[in-house]
Design a protein around this ligand. Structure first.
Ligand code: AMP
Length: 371
């Protein structure tokens, strides 16, 4: 392990890759994969016992070192020396909250209830998606949309029967491993770090750790990520079956329904010629740009038109092949702000999706039962 402690230490500025950057191209392989989600719900699948190869052992040793590292570091260690934190008062209008997110280039914020002086959960893109769904189901309410405050989100979520705003959190001095486990168990993609002030006994939101920040912290500090040399085709990481996809002419609203139904944060956009070629990816965060200023009409757009509204500094789509190794994936995470890899073959045909949730889950759970 290197001595660098903060996620931003020793890392050159992320070099944005072109829109459809191909990291590598590999050959298409017909391996059957298990969705990592099933691991947590039903326990890890039991593989038939077989002798471990040297590559298996090296991979497991690498994972073990990463987990040992996470157990001796705290959430506090992940925070950079200087950072800003934007917290929303629950009395803020939903419409204003959107503008603040966009102006500050962020996609989530902790909520603060100033009446009770308590942390009121984390506001994420899922909450905006819930608002959209609510108006889709109750168009007669649309006239009132401008008066909605963040505090009303809970009522909306209750009426939709969806899970309410995430309220899990972690104490800054608890092991980082605990934050990771909590994220996995709640399927949250970020977790607030919440402390209790010694004098006032009040809660203080210190920061928010995202999956990206966590994995980058690992990539920067644990050189044993280089031991993760087995190709994706030989691992159970990522999703390769029943992928939710759309075309450029699919209405954005249909894609939003897919995101909610499958609890996913992106949908690959394929060529309509039936070749399965990946043209782009629609991300849950793209919705924020669409509904800024409260113009919910934009949701009638097609995916293709919606993607044209992306800002010019959009970092691009990251792809990889089934031949890639997690060591390369961790290298890319160290260098660039990436949220998912679209797995393609040499013809850019969609093979699967490897997201930060998958990488975190694999890193934490693979072979753990034998430790
Ligand atoms: P995410 O929320 O994007 O991290 O994804 C959560 C889980 O859903 C991960 O196991 C992904 O591999 C899987 N997943 C992500 N996008 C899709 C998709 N478009 N279709 C099917 N599964 C997906």
């Amino acid at each position: 392990m290197s001595g660098a402690d903060t996620a931003d230490a020793a890392v050159p500025p992320a070099a944005p890759l072109p829109r459809n950057n191909l990291l590598h191209s590999g050959s298409p392989l017909g391996h059957a994969f298990v969705t990592p989600r099933t691991y947590l719900e039903q326990g890890r699948p039991t593989m038939p016992p077989r002798a471990l190869t040297a590559a298996d052992r090296e991979q497991l040793d690498g994972l073990k070192t990463i987990r040992a590292f996470l157990k001796v570091r705290t959430s506090y260690d992940v925070l950079p020396l200087s950072f800003r934190l934007i917290i929303f008062d629950t009395a803020l209008l939903v419409k204003k909250s959107l503008n603040i997110l966009i102006q500050n280039g962020i996609v989530s914020a902790p909520l603060w209830d100033s009446k009770t002086s308590t942390f009121a959960g984390l506001l994420t893109t899922s909450d905006y998606i819930n608002v959209i769904q609510y108006y889709w189901q109750n168009p007669e309410q649309l006239a009132r949309i401008d008066q909605f405050r963040l505090s009303s989100l809970r009522d909306i979520e209750r009426s939709l029967g969806v899970s309410p705003i995430e309220t899990i959190s972690v104490h800054p001095e608890r092991p980082l491993y605990e934050a990771c486990r909590k994220m996995l168990e709640s399927r949250a993609r970020r977790i607030p770090i919440v402390d209790i002030d010694d004098e006032t006994r009040r809660t203080t939101v210190v920061s928010v750790i995202t999956q990206y920040r966590l994995l980058k912290f690992i990539a920067v500090n644990v050189k044993e990520t280089q031991m993760l040399r087995k190709p994706l085709k030989d691992l159970s990481v990522g999703t390769y079956k029943d992928l939710a996809t759309a075309y450029m002419d699919t209405p954005v609203m249909d894609v939003i329904h897919m995101l909610v139904k499958k609890s996913i944060s992106s949908v690959p956009i394929l060529d309509k010629d039936g070749s399965g070629t990946v043209l782009n990816v629609f991300e849950a965060v793209d919705i924020i740009t669409l509904i800024k200023g409260g113009i919910y009409d934009e949701l009638n757009l097609s995916v293709g038109d919606a993607l044209l509204k992306r800002s010019d500094d959009f970092p691009g789509i990251y792809t990889c092949s089934m031949q890639d190794q997690l060591s390369t994936i961790y290298d890319t995470i160290r260098r660039s702000r990436v949220h998912r890899f679209i797995v393609i073959d040499e013809h850019r045909k969609l093979q699967g999706v490897l997201t930060l949730s998958d990488i975190l889950e694999y890193t934490l759970l693979e072979g753990e039962e034998n430790e």
